[in-house]
Design a protein around this ligand. Structure first.
Ligand code: SAH
Ligand code: SF4
Ligand code: F3S
Length: 482
């Protein structure tokens, strides 16, 4: 018997033109309230969640967990057994999307076996017109497509899907609200993500994020401080502040003058033991912020400072709005202020039109900065971004060759960044058992280097002294010392 085709109800669909608009509208703050009629909708049911992409998605997934569990769903670790499947997706490069389509293809069989499963695609891919068209046409196993701006509507949409037996697309293309008090189930009891702002207004010419995440908008400092103080009360030891450009925090406030340096200083005065943040944009990293970072103490000596390219010509076409020279002078200032700092970066090779000489300039900048790590990428054209229509795309062979050369250099940096800790005593926040060896513990030192530690399980959740006995490229080994 031929299966009846399910109706697709498009409530809102993504629109790239609207996503690009920045109307300088003031921030809209919303307090989440659970609709009483949904209170028990998940009783006896379970969910499974996949999280792709960056920390922002990790943090959103904690809210999705919180929402689902607030109405009775429980988390399943085996996806075949779950009643609701959530794919929280990433659109940053083509291979990120390919992974999701691959998984959706595999899930078709499961949907045939258990048609009552509700499959939800959310995250950045849901904000893309082409991806959504493909999903609604070819992936009949997807029941709900939900954008990044309304994840807090997930429960109502699932209910609608149960009641009406139809597929739903609800993707808003607007500047985004700031929704506070969304319930959250955090992944760790030791370390927490704390978003301080949402969206991005930078419009780097290669990047999809300003379209998928909307306008740059900052949470109010009082809400951030309240959240951090509550985390301290619950025993959390470390926070990572999240934003696509944390250095622009507060620039959108109209009722006060309060910036990232002020926030760092206020957080420095709380009882949280470790503060990290990501991601920094060199263009907005000013002297006041360097000074705030240099307060030290609970502000960790670690900085991820994406450079993307060492060539001024390329940086200009990327619309990064800083130069090689201003970047290097910022790095110098930071290293003078925080001599022990571990610096890491992001680099894109084979941006359209990048010449061999321009790539060499990236290599020379890497040498000059002494990075202790980096995420390196081959440029991936993203539909609707300016760079996707630039001519002179670099041939694939040359791109791979450049990536290989760059990674060799970066790996030397990783190794050097490990060696400097050999035979020293490091303060390590012990997070749990080591992945590769259940007899060992693992954690990170203040500089963000992974350490496998010989010690008793009672150390989990504590910051302890560890003597580093071996330095490998990607990690350190050490022993607990009193
Ligand atoms: N907001 C952060 C990072 C966001 S995306 C920042 O500006 O630093 C993480 C990294 O992905 C970027 O730093 C960049 O190196 C890379 N990236 C973004 N778009 C890309 C694309 N189209 N192709 C390849 N790499 C990309
Ligand atoms: Fe993308 Fe640039 Fe914004 Fe980072 S700062 S998210 S690279 S547009
Ligand atoms: Fe990916 Fe969106 Fe983050 S595109 S990197 S999940 S902001």
């Amino acid at each position: 018997m031929k299966k009846k085709k399910v109706n697709t109800n498009i409530l809102n669909s993504p629109d790239r033109i609207k996503e690009r608009k920045r109307l300088n509208k003031e921030n809209v703050f919303v307090d989440f309230k659970l609709d009483e009629s949904l209170k028990d909708m998940g009783k006896g049911k379970s969910y499974y969640i996949y999280t792709y992409g960056c920390q922002e998605n990790e943090s959103d997934s904690e809210k999705i967990r919180g929402l689902l569990e607030s109405v009775g769903y429980t988390e399943k670790l085996v996806l075949e057994e779950a009643d609701v499947l959530v794919l929280n997706t990433c659109a940053i490069r083509k291979n990120a999307e390919d992974k999701v389509f691959g998984e959706l293809g595999r899930l078709k069989q499961l949907k045939r076996e258990r048609p009552e499963i509700v499959t939800i695609v959310c995250g950045c891919m849901a904000q893309e017109q082409d991806a959504v068209n493909l999903i609604t046409k070819r992936y009949q196993n997807v029941d709900i497509v939900l954008g990044t701006h309304n994840i807090h509507d997930i429960l109502g949409l699932i209910k609608k899907c149960y009641d009406k037996k139809e597929r739903l697309v609800d993707v808003l293309s607007y500047e985004g609200d700031i929704v506070e008090n969304v319930p959250m189930v955090r992944q760790s009891k030791i370390k927490a993500w704390v978003p301080i702002m949402y969206g991005c207004d930078e419009f780097c010419t290669y990047c999809i994020v300003p379209y998928t995440r909307g306008k740059e908008r900052s949470r109010l400092p009082e809400n951030i401080l309240k959240e951090v103080n509550e985390l301290v009360e619950k025993g959390y030891k470390e926070i990572t502040l999240l934003g696509q450009n944390v250095n622009a925090y507060g620039k959108d406030f109209t009722d006060r003058s309060y910036d990232f340096a002020d926030l760092l200083t206020d957080l420095h005065n709380t009882k949280i033991e470790r503060i990290r943040f990501t991601t920094s944009n060199p263009k907005d990293f000013d002297d006041k912020q360097v000074k705030a970072m240099a307060l030290g103490g609970n502000i960790m000596p670690q900085l991820h400072l994406p450079v993307q390219s060492g060539s001024n010509e390329v940086l200009k076409r990327m619309n990064r709005r800083y130069t090689r020279e201003t970047y290097l002078s910022l790095v110098k200032k930071i290293k003078e202020a925080i001599p022990n700092i571990s610096l890491t970066t992001d680099i894109i090779v084979a941006f359209p039109g990048e010449t061999e000489e321009q790539f060499e300039e990236t290599l020379s900048l890497v040498k000059e900065c002494d990075y202790e790590g980096a995420f390196t990428f081959i440029y991936s054209p993203r539909e609707g971004t300016p760079a996707a229509s630039y001519t002179e795309q670099v041939p694939e062979d040359a791109a791979h060759e450049r990536l290989y050369k760059l990674n060799e250099l970066i790996n030397e940096g990783y190794k050097k960044g490990s060696m400097r800790f050999l035979n020293t005593i490091q303060k390590v926040l012990i997070e749990g058992e080591s992945k590769n060896d259940p007899n060992m513990l693992m954690g990170y030192n203040e500089n963000g280097k992974l350490i496998n530690v010989k010690g008793d399980k009672s150390l989990i959740g504590k910051i302890v002294n560890v003597k580093v006995t071996e330095a490998k490229t990607w990690s350190l080994d050490g022993e607990y010392v009193e």
